[in-house]
Design a protein around this ligand. Structure first.
Ligand SMILES: NC(=O)c1ccc[n+]([C@@H]2O[C@H](COP(=O)([O-])OP(=O)(O)OC[C@H]3O[C@@H](n4cnc5c(N)ncnc54)[C@H](O)[C@@H]3O)[C@@H](O)[C@H]2O)c1
Ligand SMILES: O=C(O)[C@H](O)COP(=O)(O)O
Length: 393
């Protein structure tokens, strides 16, 4: 029986992927085999030694101590693209909240609750509506920073709205580059992207290299009256620099999914409570993907969409009574050789195997014809550089 600890509410559609005859799921366990979570801030000391894998039902994984997990041989999985459409749709509304006097108009209308005369109200509104005039998005330039799952969808939608789209993404994967429309103008200098954009939208992860990337230096390149959208992460933006830019009028609006005390009440700050992925569909997609990936890892050792382990998939050999070993080790020479010689010394035959590495970690799946006894597993675990050894069955 696998024990899965949930640290946020995870959509039932996802949890249903973990059959209850072989999975126990609860929000409290002292020795869970796996963790499923969303934005819960996980600290190293909160990860019991029993944990084999962690599934983040979502895109961003800056709430998980990934380096610590790698050291412990714990793969961390996320669900790339599973909530991208939800964010894209919210960006469409953020763009129109930026371009039109929608919020201001709604606020004004809500002040008229004392009026009882309908024709009088209409007359007043027709007179006042000029205060809420906006601009159209068509013909304006949207600068997209980060052209992955969300950024590429946002870029396509903006093109379909008649916007010009410029994109900046120095870390773009080859696959993502293939998916991009040729109508997106690729810019390799972020300051140049900012200086040409009427709207700027952030769709990149928070990393050491991107923390505070949107700072006063970068904002000094803004077009007068530009609008910044941040549905990526709070940490990518230097909030006090944004407040200064809003107060000076250089930045007309900061529309963001990450409220912070400094921003509350600042004119031009339009804030939502981190609801980018909060749709039934996105929550289900993320939970299903996260649960499937975790299940395949727990039951077969396969790795898909891990942010710290190499991708690896070893099919079970049909008709073969083999058992599987899953072994993580530091990515240094000779370890695999040592593991294989221990198996050979025990006359245990390797039926199939795969070995892959990613940065400092290496991961192996080894199918053998006989289940190694506990003493042999212990011998392998004691090889210098081996992080963990698991007999999957
Ligand atoms: N508001 C929300 O609820 C919500 C929902 C989903 C995702 N997010 C955030 O959005 C981020 C992006 O999500 P995604 O699904 O598009 O991820 P993704 O991995 O598909 O795309 C991220 C892109 O950012 C690029 N990138 C990396 N470093 C960069 C840099 N220095 N400058 C410009 N681009 C850079 C990558 O190359 C990649 O193409 C997530 O990491 C998460 O923080 C927020
Ligand atoms: O990175 C993400 O996927 C989003 O920020 C969504 O976070 P949530 O799952 O906590 O809504």
């Amino acid at each position: 029986m696998y024990k899965v600890l949930t640290l946020n509410q995870i959509s039932l559609k996802g949890l249903d992927r973990l059959p209850r005859d072989s999975y126990e799921i609860a929000s409290e366990f002292s020795s869970p085999d796996a963790v499923l979570l969303r934005s819960h801030k996980l600290k190293p000391e909160d990860i019991p030694a029993s944990v084999l894998g962690i599934g983040r039902a979502g895109a961003g994984y800056n709430n998980i101590p990934v380096d610590y997990c790698t050291e412990q041989g714990i793969p961390v999985f996320n669900t790339p693209g599973a909530n991208a459409n939800a964010v894209k749709e919210l960006i469409v509304s953020a763009l129109t909240l930026g371009s039109r006097g929608i919020l201001e108009g709604i606020e004004y209308v809500s002040t008229l609750s004392d009026m009882t005369d309908g024709p009088e109200m209409s007359k007043l509104l027709e007179k006042e509506k000029k205060r809420f005039k906006g601009n159209e998005l068509a013909g304006k330039t949207l600068g997209v920073i980060g052209l992955g799952a969300i950024g590429s969808m946002v870029a396509d939608t903006a093109l379909s709205l008649g916007m010009n789209v410029a994109g900046y993404d120095p870390a773009l994967s080859v696959d993502a580059a293939w998916r991009l429309s040729s109508d997106i103008k690729k810019v390799d200098n972020i300051a140049s992207l900012v200086s040409r954009s009427d709207y700027i939208t952030l769709h990149l992860p928070v990393l050491d290299a991107t923390r505070n990337m949107v700072n006063s230096d970068l904002l000094s390149n803004l077009k007068e009256g530009a609008i910044l959208l941040n549905f990526a992460r709070e940490e990518i933006v230097d909030t006090s620099a944004v407040v200064t830019a809003l107060e000076s009028g250089k930045l007309a609006k900061y529309i963001a999914d990450f409220p912070s005390p400094e921003l509350i009440g600042v004119r031009g700050a339009v804030l939502t409570p981190h609801i980018g992925a909060s749709t039934d569909e996105a929550e289900e997609n993320c939970a299903v993907m996260a649960a499937n990936q975790l299940k395949d890892f727990l039951e077969n050792g396969n790795i898909k969409n891990s942010v710290n382990f190499p991708p690896l998939n070893l099919e079970r050999t049909p008709g073969c009574e083999s058992v599987r070993l899953s072994i993580s080790n530091r990515n240094v020479p000779k370890i695999l050789g040592n593991i294989l010689s221990i198996l050979a010394d025990e006359n245990i035959n390797v039926v199939d195997m795969l070995n892959k590495s990613r940065d400092e970690i290496a991961y192996n799946l080894i199918d053998v014809d006989t289940a190694p006894p506990e003493s042999v597993l212990k011998q392998m675990a004691e090889i210098e550089g081996v992080v963990n050894v698991r007999l999957i069955g």
